[in-house]
Design a protein around this ligand. Structure first.
Ligand code: ADP
Length: 489
């Protein structure tokens, strides 16, 4: 099984593929070259042989025409020339007279026989015919023996010449063998070069792998710079970016855990102090007991609120798949939220006004969007109350304006208050988890520092945006923009 995997890994490896590419790139052109050269050699050699035989046969045919050899008269000179032609090309010459009778055959087989083939008939009509039989390796040629003294060049007979091309085929076989040896030599050479090149090309990858291994084992937290191929360098740079990103996430997680522990410990410490002081006192009056117990109950409530906010935040951190999108009437949603917050507003003497510019229906997760808007409006109410002295000197009505508008793509919610405002230097931190502008003030009010982090996560999950504008002691405005139709990416 393991062996199989190793083999498969090798087959899939870049090294192997590069080797194959090198070998194929060397052998295929060699092979094509060999086949091309061999076939053009054969065609060329046959055509040369054909024209040689044709010209020699024509000379001989003229000689025969001038003699009376075709009429059966002995002519040693012509006969020896015919034999020479046949021997020279390892072939056979047949002479046919006007009556289609074979008057001379260098093989001495068919003399005195009649031959009426299509080829002979056509030649008597004055045509020269050449045919190459590739399978049986011979060239067949038929030419007329014409009377040169006659103006009409009347055909006296036909000369059939067939010559073997065995030597051409032998040469071709020899060339093919030489070509094959060259092809194999080139193949072996290029396989060797391919292995070398593949090893060289793959080396930076191996180096990169070693670098990543070092990071995995924890020896280093940075992939070493490769300084090899641009592509490999880019990969190592990108890997470093990813590692850095995860480091930042890890650091912020650690900070978050330490913040959570700290925030959860504070109410517990207060409770312990309260309980210890009650225990250490003797004959504690009932009034004091009640007061201390109500303080302890407040701390428990606070602890509970932190835990609830943390749970909401964890839900927001989950993937977008956890959104439960439905089509919702946002006007009604805002009315419900404000109705629920009305008692807190009444208690703080803050007037809350809702202004809807148009009916809006949007695809949102009801729970998450409710949480986001509730946090914004609750903050606007909570951070509206100034300290008593200032309050006394300032008769101005405290208010929170919530407005809803939309265009064809987004709906817009604006939450505006004329409260304490946020100092400019704090504006960029307000969405951080556990960040509070004034810790003690926020704690008095009951804040956990998680509200805006939850709000922002929820809005981002809906692919929306949130912006804040605030002037200290004048008021704060939060602008939220959310797509009417949920965009799934
Ligand atoms: P908290 O639970 O403390 O309210 P948030 O994350 O909701 O935490 O808000 C972070 C801080 O931003 C608050 O502690 C407060 O100081 C400031 N803040 C938020 N909203 C307002 C507002 N409308 N007016 C003034 N300050 C605000």
């Amino acid at each position: 099984m393991l062996k199989n995997k190793k083999f498969l890994d090798f087959i899939k490896s870049m090294k192997f593929r590069l080797m194959i590419i090198f070998v194929v790139m060397a052998i295929v052109p060699c092979h094509i070259l060999r086949i091309g050269i061999l076939s053009s050699y054969e065609a060329r050699a046959v055509s040369i042989r054909e024209s040689e035989i044709l010209s020699q046969s024509k000379i001989l045919a003229n000689k025969i025409a001038k003699s009376d050899f075709l009429s059966g008269k002995d002519d040693n000179d012509v006969e020896s020339q015919v034999s020479t032609l046949a021997n020279l090309y390892d072939g056979r010459v047949i002479l046919v007279d006007k009556n289609y009778m074979i008057v001379h055959d260098t093989y001495n087989i068919d003399e005195r026989r009649t031959i009426i083939s299509g080829q002979v008939v056509k030649t008597f009509a004055g045509k020269e015919l050449i045919n190459y039989d590739k399978k049986d390796h011979y060239i067949e040629l038929t030419i007329p023996v014409s009377d040169v003294e006659d103006d009409n060049h009347s055909v006296l007979g036909v000369m059939l010449v067939s010559v073997s091309t065995n030597n051409i085929v032998l040469n071709k076989t020899y060339l093919s063998q030489v070509g094959l040896i060259i092809e194999m030599t080139v193949g072996i050479l290029f396989t060797f070069l391919g292995v070398l090149a593949a090893l060289k090309l793959v080396r930076p990858m191996k180096k990169l792998e070693t670098g990543i291994d070092s990071v995995c084992h924890g020896y280093t937290d940075k992939v070493e710079s490769m300084n090899t191929f641009t592509e490999v360098d880019l990969i190592s740079e990108k890997l470093d970016l990813v590692l850095n990103k995860y480091k930042v996430i890890d650091d912020s997680r650690q900070e978050f855990v330490s913040n959570v522990s700290h925030e959860l410990k504070t109410p517990l410490t207060s409770m312990k102090v309260l309980a210890d002081s009650l225990n250490s006192m003797q004959d504690v009056p009932v009034g004091m007991y009640k007061e201390f117990m109500s303080d302890i109950a407040n701390e428990i409530e606070r602890e509970n609120k932190i835990i609830n906010d943390l749970l909401s935040l964890v839900k927001m951190d989950k993937s977008e798949g956890s959104l439960n999108i439905t089509s919702l009437n946002i006007n009604e949603l805002l009315e419900q939220i404000l109705k629920r917050l009305q008692p807190i507003a009444d208690k703080q003497h803050v007037e809350v006004v809702l202004e809807s510019f148009r009916p809006v229906t949007a695809e949102v997760d009801e729970v998450k969007i409710t949480l986001a808007i509730t946090n914004l409006v609750e903050n606007a109410i909570k951070y509206n109350v100034r300290d008593d002295k200032e309050e006394a000197s300032n008769d101005e009505q405290r208010w929170v304006h919530v407005s809803l508008n939309a265009d064809h793509q987004y709906f817009y919610i604006k939450v505006e208050d004329n409260g304490i405002g946020i100092p400019e230097e704090s504006l960029e931190h307000i969405y951080e988890r556990f960040y509070r502008v004034d810790k003690s003030h926020s704690r008095e009010i009951g804040g956990t520092g998680l509200g805006l982090a939850i709000t922002r996560s929820s809005i981002l999950m809906h692919r929306g945006a949130i912006k804040v504008h605030s002037v200290l002691n004048e008021g704060t405005t939060f602008d939220v923009r959310i797509p009417l139709n949920y965009i799934k990416v």
